[in-house]
Design a protein around this ligand. Structure first.
Ligand code: ZN
Length: 152
């Protein structure tokens, strides 16, 4: 820990004309400062590593069969569940509906049936009855004929 009162002491020593003592104390403070800067840099790197590990674990998803790694809106994988659980390794498996065998541990995964996509109920957007607007605007515009309304 850097003692800030030492800086005041350095200043007082210079004012009293004790330049040699002040210089020695200043060099001692400088050495401590450099050491603290090194410690801060090392701790920042450590925090970054922990942050990366936390981010990685938050984006590693298990779907019941495989692991997937989500980066942004992209899902990478599938990855072997055994290798991930046992060794913490991400071993990519073949994509698609093919038989998947992990090249590293040899685990065989059964072919997963394609997910059943439920047909979505046809949903209609908001319907704006145009003829109702035209009719209502006719009331506000008075005697505007169809030709005048089109030319506007
Ligand atoms: Zn594996």
């Amino acid at each position: 820990m850097l003692d800030y009162s030492k800086f005041k002491e350095v200043s007082e020593l210079f004012l009293k004309g004790k330049n040699r003592e002040a210089t020695l104390l200043l060099k001692e403070l400088q050495t401590k400062y450099v050491s603290l800067c090194d410690q801060v840099s090392a701790l920042k790197l450590q925090v970054k590593e922990y942050d990366d590990i936390l981010n990685f674990s938050q984006n590693l998803i298990f779907d019941g069969n495989y692991y997937w790694l989500k980066t942004g809106s992209v899902r990478h994988g599938p990855f072997c569940a055994e290798c991930c659980k046992d060794e913490g390794m991400l071993v990519r498996l073949p994509h698609g509906n093919t038989k998947k065998i992990c090249w590293r541990c040899g685990k065989q995964y059964a072919v997963q049936p394609a997910p059943q996509v439920q047909p979505k109920e046809k949903k209609m957007g908001k319907v704006i009855p145009l003829h109702a607007l035209i009719n209502s605007s006719d009331k506000h515009c008075g005697d505007v004929s169809d030709k005048q309304a089109v030319s506007d």
